[in-house]
Write a protein that binds this ligand. Sequence first.
Ligand SMILES: *[C@@H]1O[C@H](CO)[C@@H](O)[C@H](O)[C@H]1NC(C)=O
Ligand SMILES: *[C@@H]1O[C@H](CO)[C@@H](O)[C@H](O)[C@H]1NC(C)=O
Ligand SMILES: *[C@@H]1O[C@H](CO)[C@@H](O)[C@H](O)[C@H]1NC(C)=O
Ligand SMILES: *[C@@H]1O[C@H](CO)[C@@H](O)[C@H](O)[C@H]1NC(C)=O
Ligand SMILES: *[C@@H]1O[C@H](CO)[C@@H](O)[C@H](O)[C@H]1NC(C)=O
Length: 373
Amino acid sequence: MTRLLLGVTLERICKAVLLLCLLHFVIIMILYFDVYAQHLDFFSRFNTRNTSRLHPFSNSSRPNSTAPSYGPAGAEPPSPSTKPNTNRSVTEKPLQPCQEVPSGLVGRLLIEFSSPMSMERVQRENPDVSLGGKYTPPDCLPRQKVAILIPFRHREHHLKYWLHYLHPILRRQKVAYGIYIINQYGEDTFNRAKLLNVGFLEALKDDEEYDCFIFSDVDLIPMDDRNLYRCYEQPRHFAVGMDKFGFRLPYAGYFGGVSGLSKSQFLKINGFPNEYWGWGGEDDDIFNRISLNGMKVSRPDIRIGRYRMIKHERDKHNEPNPQRFTKIQNTKMTMKRDGISSLQYRLVEVSRQPMYTNITVEIGRPPPRLVRG
Ligand SMILES: *[C@@H]1O[C@H](CO)[C@@H](O)[C@H](O)[C@H]1NC(C)=O
Ligand SMILES: *[C@@H]1O[C@H](CO)[C@@H](O)[C@H](O)[C@H]1NC(C)=O
Ligand SMILES: *[C@@H]1O[C@H](CO)[C@@H](O)[C@H](O)[C@H]1NC(C)=O
Ligand SMILES: *[C@@H]1O[C@H](CO)[C@@H](O)[C@H](O)[C@H]1NC(C)=O
Ligand SMILES: *[C@@H]1O[C@H](CO)[C@@H](O)[C@H](O)[C@H]1NC(C)=O
């Protein structure tokens, strides 16, 4: 009797367990297909966003997010906007965001300046760079749009090497970018930081989608493509180890050579100072601006942040600025009134070359008392 009861109970338990298993299986299946559907949905939404960005004013590409109409049969043709959507998501493979660390990087590079270089050669080697020195990766969605700004005067020879080395590196780094040289008009004293302020505004005029700005001297070539030219959580100093400093950082607060700030980081420090005429000091002022605004400079590993500098004589009209040591004591006072907010200049010419955009600008001259002092 008790045995029979036990048998029945066991049978019931078995059935219950079986039922639970079945239920479990069903739930798993539902979840599985749900995730799968979301996956598809995600990509189709992705796609429409991309096309609507490309044609912001075209009505046809704007998705009609309402469900297909089930009105009176035949009364209305099927919504034209839903069909191409399904069409597209099936036929075209949507672009994925570019990898955080691109897979095509090669690491350490051989950099030399003895072989002859010509702009024709640079052009030949970089057929996929478009007019004005612009490039967008064809196979993935870049995470940032980077404007590379080079303060410039009379350094055509260096520019050829810079473009020869940097275009392929930047391409491997999978960013959307544009190259701008900011050419100081006339022969007055050179002003690197002011030229870079001009570059910031003019690049944004050219393409308001730039969200990252890299400021590079024309004679500095990175020796490792893992030194990624993009913007980071904190302002970036790229040129950590230059050959002329024995591949070491010359001092802890050094911010010269090649640096990068996002648009918001740049605006937070009111851009760069406009009042550093001649060589030196402006990079220390920028470092002070960054610290005073509660940010911290980030750098690549010393083994990766190595640079070669193209040797040259010191340029005329770029003599060391004797005021630089006293000026950098006063960043805290000068920062608010001197910067992108007070920038004045006269645009002379913008010309789009195949490998770069040439922005020629008149930025004035140092106030007379500074020349005498
Ligand atoms: C949009 O996607 C197409 C192909 O699907 C691609 O060629 C194009 O570069 C993308 N545009 C943008 C702005 O991402
Ligand atoms: C877009 O819509 C506007 C008004 O809604 C219309 O005038 C225009 O013709 C449409 N353009 C296209 C390409 O459909
Ligand atoms: C598309 O959207 C417009 C405006 O929201 C609406 O009038 C129209 O009926 C929609 N078309 C379809 C096919 O859903
Ligand atoms: C896409 O859809 C249209 C009709 O909406 C159809 O004529 C066309 O053949 C489809 N294309 C593909 C590649 O399926
Ligand atoms: C840039 O443009 C200016 C003004 O036309 C010109 O004098 C200069 O040679 C150009 N520089 C380069 C590198 O293209």
